[in-house]
Design a protein around this ligand. Structure first.
Ligand SMILES: [Zn+2]
Length: 207
């Protein structure tokens, strides 16, 4: 896949996430790593209105090589690529059920797993403490925590879904949102899948 094909994929996913209500306004950002460059959504743009030419291309240190200024949240994307050579795409949303959960649940806990598909496609997801969005410190924390998880929830902020491809990272973002939607639609009474079974699902279907 070349840069222009990846750019088309980012534009398409940005529109889809907007249409499905996972991102609003200028919230959320996407990136794909291709060898030594990172193609990311630009700062201050609605993900629903992107064009291929409006994407930003940086190196892995965040220096802009082409296009507009990248998303302010690029440091956490770059930290993920440095920490995980197997990850080539990152989707970050402020989807409302996941964010609501991140404002109420205990920090440093794993989110409850209600549906097998999140275990199979993402695995466990950890809620990590609040750090200023866009900061180098948030990048460092995310870079450390992503070593063990493909999905993270940022306290009072949003979702990170990391995947081998953009399509997989996007699916992860939907899985996390749907799983946490069940938390609220069930008024916190949903039965969770026991940890041992979650482990078996991850071992059997994960990766
Ligand atoms: Zn954010």
């Amino acid at each position: 896949m070349n840069i222009s094909q990846i750019s088309e994929e980012i534009v398409k996913l940005g529109k889809e996430l907007t249409d499905k209500g996972l991102v609003n306004g200028t919230g959320g950002n996407l990136s794909v790593r291709m060898e030594n460059v990172v193609i990311s959504t630009p700062s201050g743009w609605s993900l629903g209105e992107l064009k291929s030419a409006s994407l930003s291309i940086t190196n892995l240190e965040g220096i802009t090589l082409y296009g507009p200024k990248p998303t302010k949240e690029l440091p956490m994307h770059l930290a993920i690529y440095h920490a995980r050579p197997d990850i080539n795409a990152v989707v970050h949303t402020h989807s409302i059920y996941a964010v609501t959960y991140s404002c109420t649940a205990t920090v440093d806990s794993l989110i409850p797993i209600y549906i097998p598909s999140i275990a199979a496609k993402v695995g466990n997801v950890k809620l990590i403490p609040f750090v200023l969005p866009g900061s180098k410190d948030l990048g460092e924390l995310v870079g450390k925590e992503i070593r063990q998880y493909n999905g993270l929830l940022l306290e009072n902020h949003g979702v990170i879904s990391a995947g081998k491809t953009l399509s997989k990272a996007g699916i992860g973002a939907y899985e996390i949102e749907d799983n946490l939607k069940i938390e609220f639609l069930s008024n916190h009474t949903a039965r969770r899948i026991p940890n041992q079974l979650v482990k078996e699902i991850i071992e059997t279907y994960g990766g």
